[in-house]
Write a protein that binds this ligand. Structure first.
Ligand code: HEC
Length: 203
């Protein structure tokens, strides 16, 4: 009878020890893996979110009233400024592409298309849209800031007036220059109500 009691007690103790060991091995396995893994993922996710949000909003520049400024722009001055572009661009009809594409008739033409098969950057093609006066104004100020990833490595022109004169010159380099929009009402109203130019009659 005694030996049976002892067997039971020893058995219970051994069983308990084995149970405890198994638990501890399992626990070690869990805790060894988890702590390093978690912070890694959490930090990455947070970092991505915060930078994305902060950089997505560049400062907005007020666009000129093209109907007013183009009428007063100095096209000859614009032509002089265009010498800064000549290292990479031609401006004449059928001109060759250089480092950059020929810019004949660029105003109001689609962005990153045609131009004698010029190999535009993915960034330029992805941006899409049309080279309106506003778009040229923003791009020429700082090409890389306006279209990150553009192949046009040109610092940009800060002066508003220089950009206006340059765009006025670009406008004239076309078979039929892009229309100038009417001046905004606030500035145009009192002076000359009847002077809207009559449309060209052909024939
Ligand atoms: C160092 C060479 C270089 C200079 C200088 C340069 N450009 Fe460019 N330009 C390029 C390249 C390269 C591209 C093509 C950009 C791309 O695909 O991302 C380009 C593209 C353009 C485009 C877009 C054309 C299209 O069809 O979408 C315009 C507009 C433009 N340039 C205007 C100018 C003007 C205006 C100047 C002068 C103030 C100028 N560039 C100076 C190299 C230059």
């Amino acid at each position: 009878m005694d030996s049976w009691e002892w067997n039971k007690i020893i058995g219970a103790v051994l069983g308990t020890l084995i149970f405890v060991m198994v638990i501890r091995i399992a626990a070690d396995a869990i805790y060894d893996v988890e702590p390093p893994a978690k912070p890694g993922y959490v930090v990455e996710g947070v970092a991505e979110e915060s930078t994305g949000g902060a950089e997505a909003a560049p400062k907005e520049e007020v666009m000129p009233d093209w109907g007013t400024v183009l009428a007063k722009a100095d096209v000859d001055a614009g032509k002089k400024i265009s010498q800064k572009c000549e290292q990479c661009h031609t401006f004449e009809k059928g001109g060759p592409n250089k480092i950059g594409p020929d810019l004949w008739s660029i105003v109001d033409s689609p962005r990153g298309e045609g131009r004698g098969g010029f190999d535009f950057s993915a960034a330029m093609k992805k941006k899409g849209g049309t080279w309106t006066y506003d778009e040229l104004f923003k791009f020429i100020k700082s090409p890389g800031a306006y279209i990150p990833g553009t192949k046009m490595s040109f610092a940009g022109i800060r002066s508003e007036q220089q950009r206006i004169d340059l765009i006025a010159y670009l406008r004239t380099e076309a078979d039929s220059p892009a229309p100038i929009p009417p001046p905004k009402p606030a500035e145009a109203a009192p002076e000359k109500p009847a002077e809207t130019p009559a449309p060209d009659h052909k024939g």
